[in-house]
Unconditional design. Structure first.
Lengths: 328, 328
DNA sequence: ATGAAAGCGCTAACAT
DNA sequence: ATGTTAGCGCTTTCAT
């Protein structure tokens, strides 16, 4: 239509300076006239590269994942990559499914917040043949790279803060261990703190619930209707901590007067709720950025690289939801 | 490798029953041996159909969009489609960009929460040549289908609730009009209510801010530091309403004792914050489901169909953040 | 600066 | 039940 070959059109699209101005104009006109639309799928098919990194997150409902995704997205965009995000709803089986799906879609790299980085997913990633990194998990070894914080120490620090305030009956409301190794590691830290402080561990003070605000009611009920209810609750993440505070109020209990609550993540919302939530801050934007960096760097090096395990610093942020124990 | 043609392999993948059991086994073995991975991109390229519907949302940080996306996702999955979600960060220019991007990616249909369905995006969609629907907007006509609620009436109802409680100085903290026609329509309803109730409209009582919790501080400051501060605030959405409540507390003000607050959306979080938020509920899951339904139905009919404009019911949910005006 | 042509991995129509 | 083959729209190498 423009009287040129497809090669010239391709050049026009990808490096306009390689085609004469006059030809450029002819092509532009023809494109306009026939309402040309570039077919990205054909390009990917031809080049075998999508310039896309696949991202698997546990849920879209907890905004931490939105925040880390932003970091990942920014870094990817900066380096000419896109990100294809899918959520697994905290379901380990779905994770494998989604990874396969992303692989079929020819993503160039993968970052995943997995339920269990030691589970089946590890093998899946190992054979994928593209750079992959685990995000959020605490890993110090293994064939696939990772970036996260030390969740065990985070759990320890949260619990220690409560112990420092004089609490002895400290409960943990944990997101289900099978759907999150972070929850398990935070629990490990909780246990270690209890033992180091000489506090007795009571199985009844740990309740494991599925992730999500809507499951907090039952968890809080189990905790507070016991013969000896806790005076402080450590929740696996801020979302659930906010859920806990809501349910505590429904029980006629006041935070922090009757019970102290600490969360994990330091989601923006946590500075806005009443009372403002004490929590463990994770540098999530930075974590997302670093994860992208790792897969992009590997890609730059031709896909091959030694696995790295990056553990960033977390930080206790004391706000209004925790207070000294009032002795009866 | 299995001694069969590519056609048989294709059949094996897409309709295994069309190939003899013995051949099936040979293929399976060969696949295993050479670590075969299906190339989805090639399939899309060959068939010219992605079985994917593109979704553009304003932000991933407000969980309403997560909720409507779930409805959309469920319906799509049920009918064998996937959804490719991208977020525009409330930027009208980004919306156009993303739509073009999705089109290049050959999505079969499009659903978009647009800043302004009457803006440039409308033309973009009209020429796209694939089914598209606007989600969340109040539209009763136009070439592209839509599903939403009556945002003007929603804004009216929110304001009327405050007026019914005796408030006369009712402010609106609005998400920027240029990035959301919903905000504009809710504002229109606010204005109509004021006028119907014989309440004087004061420009100083309307402040427009960018979306996001982090911008609420300035908005609340502008409102409450005025000579005659409002006794009630209607916020464009729940997220901002929660932000408002947080900032009001920072000002030493109590909700609802000193000022009443009403939001919009009825996000799950709104039942957990303190005080529990009074708001206008949108049936967002259903909205997402219906949007998917519309594009999928159009696709089933071969892409052609008359535009439909669906307006679902909203509902005022009265909780704890609003109270009768205490006269000085 | 431009053109010719091979090739990316699959599907689908047709033939056997 | 299986094989043959054209073709999807682009990139890229090699010629000119």
């Amino acid at each position: 239509m423009a009287g040129v070959s497809v090669a010239s059109v391709s050049r026009f699209i990808n490096s306009p300076d390689k085609v004469r101005a006059e030809t450029r104009e002819r092509i532009r006109l023809a494109m306009q006239e026939c309402n040309y639309r570039y077919n990205y799928v054909a390009k990917v098919f031809a080049t075998q590269r999508t310039q896309t990194i696949g991202l698997v997150i546990p849920t879209i409902t907890n905004t931490v994942f939105a925040d880390s995704t932003r970091g990942l997205q920014d870094e990817a965009t900066r380096r000419g990559y896109q990100v294809l995000m899918v959520n697994a709803d905290y379901d380990p089986d779905a994770e494998g499914e989604l990874v396969r799906h992303l692989l079929e879609r020819q993503v160039d790299g993968l970052v995943i917040t997995a339920s269990d980085p030691h589970g089946a997913i590890a093998g899946e990633l190992a054979t994928a043949g593209i750079p992959a990194v685990f995000l959020y998990s605490t890993l110090s070894e293994g064939p696939v790279s990772s970036v996260g914080i030390d969740n065990e120490r985070g759990g320890f620090d949260a619990t220690a803060h409560l112990a420092d305030l004089g609490h002895e009956r400290i409960a943990m409301l944990a997101g289900s261990f099978t759907s999150s190794d972070r929850s398990r590691h935070r629990y490990d830290g909780y246990r270690r703190c209890l033992s180091e402080r000489g506090l007795e561990f009571e199985p009844g003070l740990v309740v494991e619930i599925p992730y999500g605000l809507e499951h907090c009611r039952e968890g809080v009920a189990r905790l507070m209707e016991a013969a000896q209810p806790p005076t402080a609750i450590f929740a696996s993440n801020d979302l659930m901590a906010i859920g806990v505070m809501g349910e505590l109020r429904a029980f006629g209990l006041s935070v922090p007067r009757d019970v102290s609550v600490v969360g994990f993540d330091d989601v923006l919302m946590s500075s806005y709720v009443a009372p403002r939530l004490t929590t463990i801050r994770q540098p999530v934007y930075e974590m997302g950025r670093r994860a992208a960096q790792m897969v992009l760097d590997a890609l730059d090096r031709g896909g091959q690289s030694v696995p790295r395990h990056l553990i960033l610093d977390h930080e206790l942020v004391v706000r209004e939801s925790t207070a000294s124990l009032r002795r009866a």
